[in-house]
Design a protein around this ligand. Sequence first.
Ligand SMILES: NC(=O)c1ccc[n+]([C@@H]2O[C@H](COP(=O)([O-])OP(=O)(O)OC[C@H]3O[C@@H](n4cnc5c(N)ncnc54)[C@H](OP(=O)(O)O)[C@@H]3O)[C@@H](O)[C@H]2O)c1
Length: 170
Amino acid sequence: MKVILYMAQTINGIIARENYNEDFLSHQNWNIFVTLAEDIGCFIVGKKTYEVVKKWEKYNFDSLNAKKIIVSRGKMSKLKNSYIYAHSPKEALDKAFELGFRKVLLAGGGTLNSSFIKAGLVDEIILNIEPFVLGRGIRIFSEEAFENKLQLRNVKKLNGIVQLHYKVRK
Ligand SMILES: NC(=O)c1ccc[n+]([C@@H]2O[C@H](COP(=O)([O-])OP(=O)(O)OC[C@H]3O[C@@H](n4cnc5c(N)ncnc54)[C@H](OP(=O)(O)O)[C@@H]3O)[C@@H](O)[C@H]2O)c1
């Protein structure tokens, strides 16, 4: 299974404010995410991201034409049709595989990203860097003990965004 991590962040690696707001990210980031998620057909998010996005009016996961896998150690209330629940990163990938997917998009947040990369489960990383700095907030990777060498595959300039595409060396 190929796992592609996609994140939009400030130049200093912040993906959301301390209050979980992402108002500093541009609309273009959301469009890029939707295109990637629908092309791949399946994306995985942590429980916190699922809960945060559920409250948003302008942006939501429901309308996306893709399977959504929510990862949580706890129990979850009944999910809508296109949502699936998994207890761990590995279970999320097993469920995606059972559904016929051979590639999935990992879409945050920072805690789940760390769980995946620490377990050696991330193959590629696509980063959209916004022209913004923010001193406090949620980081692309929550603090955990891991390190990986990356290979830069591509750099794109998309209006104000710089998109970096890396392969994770294993
Ligand atoms: N800028 C971006 O591109 C972007 C993308 C995605 C999200 N975000 C933002 O990121 C923020 C949320 O990030 P976050 O780090 O607080 O939370 P998160 O990673 O979305 O979710 C954390 C939760 O996921 C579950 N989880 C994580 N690792 C697990 C594991 N190994 N096994 C089982 N369950 C696991 C746990 O749920 P339980 O506690 O239920 O067990 C954990 O509390 C939000 O503000 C969201 O808007 C930004």
